[in-house]
Design a protein around this ligand. Structure first.
Ligand SMILES: C[S@@+](CC[C@H](N)C(=O)[O-])C[C@H]1O[C@@H](n2cnc3c(N)ncnc32)[C@H](O)[C@@H]1O
Length: 976
């Protein structure tokens, strides 16, 4: 065992360090335990024990005293080795000297550590101990660069600043375990950046500007208000931060004569507001109206309070001008520049050159533009637990809109402002206990709470004032999503908003449905409420409420993308699902970019240097497997490529319009990269995966017997549902009939479920009911003529704007007519254009045919219900009909009818199209349904005779024209 004692002395301080090194044995275990922390007297004792094999040696280090009054630190290290105790170090240093010491050693303070916070914020730095004001906390270490082009670079870890009139950048991108690079931004930060000059080079160091308490996050102000993590409001320059801890007796900044850190004095005002919570709360025995929550106790609530920000907010524009600024050229590292030489020449006197400069980010002295996020993602911070900041609980107190203070008895408190506030005076003039008085006071109460909640959500700190039923636990509440009622401004759990809206005294509008209520609330909550049209909001408002929708609603470019899609497709209401889906896909991608690659918006994503990250994120989202080089969802990878291209175009157009050359260049380069590299990195494998997935696929064509079972089941269900709705109109009976009818239409027509689901009411109303044209009738057999009369023909828009024909027999028409009649009574939104619109839902919502078929398929007792899907049923027709001897034009007819993509544009179909569809196709479809198609092997469509199979519901007159045998032999096939 060898002990080496290193001693270092400088003019201003002495450092003695003891290093004990055992050279024989390489394995050393170091255990650290904080034994005692006496914060009142600032006594800290730490024990380090060093264990080496069997020999246990203990090294004890004790910081005996810290004299902060005169900004000096005195430390004594007691080192015990076996029985000998050495007093090895004593120093008295200023915070700047402390900083310098750490700059030289390249080490971070032991009283801080890095921790993962959440997926959006990433990591952060936290105090392990109490840190006094004006203490050196951490250095922002990285590669120092100086360049004329520093403006052009951007990244999460680039810190720009100006020193001696020259702009520098510290690039801390390298993951080097240093903690300075992990310090996050906060408007009411607890640290401030100063330049410390060592060896003629500037170093950026963070010093505390107030007490920082154990487990509190260390932050500084990045100096810009348009960071995506900021809410829509900007914090006023004069805002102050007051912590819950400020009530704990400690040596405040004010008490300390801190000449060199004079700018830190801004924190002194913290003290004034610190005691707001309790001191300003009035207690009284009664209230004018019922409090929202009776079971809270404030001590529990206050646990979550970290900081309190008074209301100094103003609105943020949807996108800041600077958001279009681009920085694409990386800063040049200083190697042999003139500055380097100048610096080197300065080095001789460097140890004495301890120059401190205060950086006031808000006054542009320091410029951290690289951290700047371009589009203000207003509230993504809220998305992790819904719309509520993490760790925020609620309070039972109400906030006065006049004095902004929390009050236990707000009505009584309002009396104080009676003389100055006309609305309060007006309320008290109304008769006691009257509804009007209650309503007005409630409105005034909500006003203060609303303002307060806005602030809490903006600053991510403080208790929310939530309206809720008593009995909910805090944990339960914290996990919910909250939203303000647009009428009374009360804050509600999202799920409960609709119920409240019905009772809300401030709601004077007509009764409205749940979706509308939530859409209105969403619009009111988003920073970008003006960025897109109300129609787009309607579409986005109907999205499932989760992290993805939160990202979507708060990302300016995704919203612009939604607007573009809407401008192109919005005239067709059936496209809103498609728009929603596309937008959700991009939201999913952005979420992945944020969580895994620290890219917070698409404007950053389309930077050429982020291309690889974007590729990776797309692969992640589409489930790429490196090993097999295949995707789980190849189509998603392809679709995202197209969406990214569109988003790139939007950025490019905006950049050109804003004459932002940097951004224009970046977007152009990204597009160029996409066109040359995307195929290689993404689409090639995606296309490969999807084509391979089609090889050797087992046949999933349904069995005729199963189709018949489904058909019979639907028939029965349809008859029951029809009766139920006729006798009892409700959203439930409506839904039953709508689902079964939709399934029948799809199965009978063997058409694409998605297309039929979106059939519009208008199409049905305009269905072809014209009489059979005499000239055409000549070409049809008597039976075919009858068929034509029994069916209606509806044309709907299919994929790629292709016309799709739907045949409806009289039973189906009857059922649909009943559905149409009962729409209003069963609460289908009046604006809902879909024939199979859902009751009590948004105007863009409709039943999905696929779901209906799956449901009835599973109920009907089929052997292979999993094959009973609309695609498989279409394949069945196409495959089984090969047994027929169809002529070329008949094949065309069939393909056209089924929406299959072959030879569909034959002009000569135009005139007789309707009749042919009805007469000939219905014969085929009936034969399919009845399972008798095999009987017609080798026959053409003309030769197929199915009169014996079908009971056509012809009117009395026509029936009498037919011979009796025909109508009697038919088994009870009633439509479907
Ligand atoms: C210097 S890094 C800070 C450390 C970073 N959180 C990490 O995990 O590596 C700056 C980046 O952190 C994120 N960030 C900083 N302050 C934030 C805040 N208040 N909320 C959310 N993200 C923040 C932003 O992505 C920013 O570009």
């Amino acid at each position: 065992m060898e002990h080496i004692i290193i001693k270092m002395e400088t003019e201003e301080f002495r450092i003695e360090e003891v290093l004990s090194v055992k050279q024989e044995d390489t394995e050393e275990q170091i255990k650290m335990a904080i034994i005692k922390e006496e914060s009142e007297e600032f006594r800290i004792e730490e024990v380090f024990s060093v264990k080496q094999e069997d020999t246990e040696e203990q090294t004890k280090m004790a910081i005996i005293k810290e004299e902060s009054e005169d900004m000096k630190i005195e430390e004594t290290f007691r080192v015990k080795q076996e029985d000998t105790v050495y007093m090895v170090r004593k120093k008295r240093i200023t915070p700047e000297q402390d900083a310098k010491e750490h700059i030289l050693s390249g080490k971070d303070k032991a009283f801080i550590e890095g921790r993962q916070i959440n997926t959006f914020k990433g990591r952060g730095v936290f105090a392990l101990e109490h840190i006094e004001p004006s203490t050196f906390v951490v250095e922002y270490r990285g590669i120092l660069s100086q360049s004329k082009h520093v403006e052009d670079a951007q990244g999460n870890y680039l810190f720009y600043f100006t020193w001696n009139g020259t702009r520098y950048c510290i690039d801390a991108t390298k993951e080097d375990a240093s903690l300075g690079r992990l310090v996050n931004d906060h408007r009411n930060s607890n640290c401030k950046v100063k330049t410390i000059i060592v060896d003629g080079r500037p170093h950026l160091c963070l010093f505390s500007i107030r007490d920082i308490f154990p487990d509190e996050e260390v932050t500084y102000n990045y100096g810009d208000s348009s960071w995506p993590w900021h809410l829509s409001e900007l914090c006023d320059e004069t805002s102050v931060a007051v912590t819950e801890h400020s009530v704990i007796p400690s040596s405040s900044v004010k008490d300390k004569p801190d000449v060199e850190f004079s700018s830190f004095e801004e924190s002194s005002s913290d003290e004034e507001d610190s005691s707001y919570a309790d001191k300003n709360t009035e207690e009284s025995s009664s209230d004018d109206f019922i409090p929202d929550s009776r079971q809270n106790n404030d001590s529990a609530n206050s646990l979550s309070v970290n900081t309190w920000n008074p209301p100094y907010y103003k609105s943020t524009p949807a996108v800041s001008e600077s958001s279009m600024r681009a920085k694409s050229v990386p800063p040049q590292p200083i190697h042999c520049s003139s500055t380097e030489q100048e610096m080197a020449s300065d080095r001789s006197s460097s140890t004495q050159d301890l120059i401190c400069e205060d950086h006031d980010n808000t006054t542009n002295n320091i410029d951290i533009q690289s951290f700047k996020r371009t589009t203000a993602v207003s509230s993504y911070e809220r998305s992790e637990t819904g719309n509520v900041p993490e760790n925020t609980f609620s309070t039972h107190k109400n906030y006065c809109y006049v004095c902004k203070k929390p009050q236990s008895k707000i009505a009584r408190h309002f009396k104080k402002h009676e003389d100055s506030e006309t609305e309060i005076a007006a309320a008290f003039l109304l008769p006691k206990h009257s509804q009007d008085r209650k309503r007005l006071l409630e409105k005034l109460r909500n006003r203060g709470n609303y303002e307060h909640n806005q602030e809490v959500m903006g600053s991510k700190s403080g208790p929310l004032k939530v309206r809720r039923r008593p009995g909910r636990s805090e944990t339960e509440l914290s996990a919910k999503t909250y939203v303000h009622c647009v009428y009374c401004k009360g804050l509600f759990v999202r799920k409960e908003l609709w119920r409240h809206t019905h009772r809300c005294p401030s709601n004077t509008s007509e009764a409205t449905n749940k979706a509308k209520v939530l859409v209105l609330a969403d619009i009111a909550e988003s920073t970008f409420s003006h960025a897109i049209s109300p129609e787009v909001w309607k579409i986005l408002g109907n999205m499932k409420n989760d992290d993805i929708s939160s990202v979507v609603r708060n990302d300016f470019l995704i919203l612009q993308f939604s607007q573009c899609l809407y401008n192109k497709l919005g005239s067709d209401p059936t496209k809103s699902e498609y728009i929603k889906q596309k937008v959700r896909e991009t939201g999913k991608l952005l979420l992945s970019l944020r969580t895994k690659y620290s890219i917070f918006n698409f404007e950053d994503a389309v930077k050429p240097n982020n291309f690889c990250k974007v590729v990776k994120a797309v692969k992640d989202v589409a489930g790429y497997d490196e090993k097999s080089q295949s995707y789980k969802t190849p189509s998603l990878a392809l679709k995202l490529g197209r969406s990214l291209k569109k988003i790139g175009d939007i950025i490019l157009c905006r950049a050109i319009a804003a004459e932002d050359n940097g951004m224009t260049k970046a977007a152009e380069r990204f597009k160029r990269l996409c066109s040359s590299e995307w195929a290689e990195h993404v689409s090639h494998a995606a296309l490969d995966t999807s084509s391979k997935s089609k090889f050797n696929k087992p046949s999933t064509i349904p069995f005729t017997h199963d189709v018949q079972l489904l058909h019979q089941h639907l028939e029965k269900k349809s008859a029951d549902a029809f009766e139920s709705l006729k006798n009892h109109e409700s959203s439930q009976t409506y839904a039953e009939l709508a689902k079964v009818t939709l399934a029948q239409v799809i199965i009978f027509n063997r058409c694409c479920a998605g297309e039929v689901s979106k059939m519009s009411l208008e199409c049905f109303r305009k269905r072809d009911q014209t009489e059979l044209h005499d000239d055409i009738a000549i070409s049809l057999s008597p039976f075919e003529q009858k068929m034509s009369k029994n069916f209606s023909r509806v044309e709907i828009m299919g994929k790629n704007e292709r016309k799709v024909v739907i045949l409806l027999n009289s039973e189906l028409v009857k059922a649909i007519k009943l559905l149409v009649d009962k729409r209003d009574a069963c609460e289908v939104d009046r604006d809902n254009p879909f024939l199979f619109g859902r009751p009590k839902c948004s105007p863009t919502s409709f039943f999905r045919g696929q779901d209906c078929i799956r449901l009835f398929g599973s109920q009907c007792g089929a052997q292979h219900p999993e094959y009973l899907r609309s695609t498989q049923l279409r394949e069945q027709v196409a495959t089984v009909s090969q047994i027929l001897n169809l002529k070329d034009n008949e094949l065309d007819q069939l393909a056209n009818f089924l929406g299959l993509d072959i030879r569909v544009h034959r002009d000569y179909y135009r005139l007789p199209n309707a009749t042919v569809d009805i007469a000939k196709m219905s014969k085929l479809l009936f034969a399919m349904e009845k399972g008798t198609l095999a009987n017609f092997q080798g026959k053409s469509l003309d030769e197929i005779e199915i009169e014996d199979e079908i009971d056509l519901e012809l009117d009395e007159e026509e029936i009498s024209d037919e011979d009796d045998e025909e109508s009697e032999t038919v088994p009870g096939v009633r439509g479907m």
